[in-house]
Design a protein around this ligand. Sequence first.
Ligand code: PLP
Length: 366
Amino acid sequence: MTTTARALGALKASLDRMPDPAGRAEAAALEAELAAVHGVRHAIAVSSGTAALHTALVACNIGPGDEVLLPAATVIMTVSAVTAAGAHPVFVDASRDGRGMDLADVAAKTTERTRAIVPVHLAGRTDGLLDLAAYAQSAGLHLVEDACQAQGSTTGGRVAGTVGAIGCFSLKDGKIISCGEGGYLLTDDDTFAERAAAYRMHWLTPAPGAPAASRRGMNYRLAEPLAALARHHLKGLDQAVTRRREQAHRLYDLVGEIPGLNVHAPAPGDVPNGYSALWRVDLDRPRDFSTRLAEAGVANSVGTYRLRAAHQHPACQDLSPADCPRAAQAVDRMLAVTLQQQTTEADLHRIAETIRREAETWTEVR
Ligand SMILES: *Cc1c(COP(=O)(O)O)cnc(C)c1O
């Protein structure tokens, strides 16, 4: 049977059971399996990665009047989750080498109102995560990881999304494992898990002994057929990560050495999941270069998905963001080539040839 046929089998079995009187059999099984695979006490399945982030902040009792530190080098979904919780996002600059959050800036921007730090593992990279975790602990702040792009990445032998108090993941298509749309949280903390599960379902599942519906929540449930698909794909998580890592390394080899393009090697102790192949672009007009690659059929974060540093994002101007020059430069110079499970060897050759050709002619044009 093909992978697709097996996925369809899992979907059909779940549809055959509907309407399921318990209502959440597949999601509950997915949660048990996610917790076991990651060696954590709790997994809570939700309807998206954005919902996972929002739910995580609510589970930490973060709301109006609170500040949350997050990297300026992030996607808009992280920012939206903070504002959806009613809190104020404070953007932190990138470290001197353009990787991860700058610890000095984190410390400088920590105030009496700061409640949490949300590092974002863009392109599956976890630079500086363990140092950040140590700082969060010493400063009494919650560390909530946006690990949506980091399924299977490790740092110092620890799995991304299990270092902080809560890890947030997406099951949207294009992530390492997916079921179309979905997400989940991982935590070892019983109270966070109870609150997250309650918030996900209009506070109808309160902690044992607590009254139901004492607070307002949301409907962030993961639909049963999608949970069945996610269970199916979870079985292939290790293979999916291995495949992406191989694809990324193959692409680095095929592209080889080109002036102006520098492979963004992982930090010592980090093993990224190969979500994207990652270069720093040291050519003129790096954003235009990434856009040109996108037009030539090489999907990438800046060119295709218009990634820009959050403090420069038009949708964030009402947040009176501070300038974060290193993050702006790091994002503008980031060439993160999106890899997919189904990307073939022929695709990798085509992508590599396009990158080489465009980089070489770009230098000439300059
Ligand atoms: C995909 C993604 C999200 C949002 O996940 P959705 O499932 O699309 O809501 C958040 N943060 C990062 C870093 C992502 O890559």
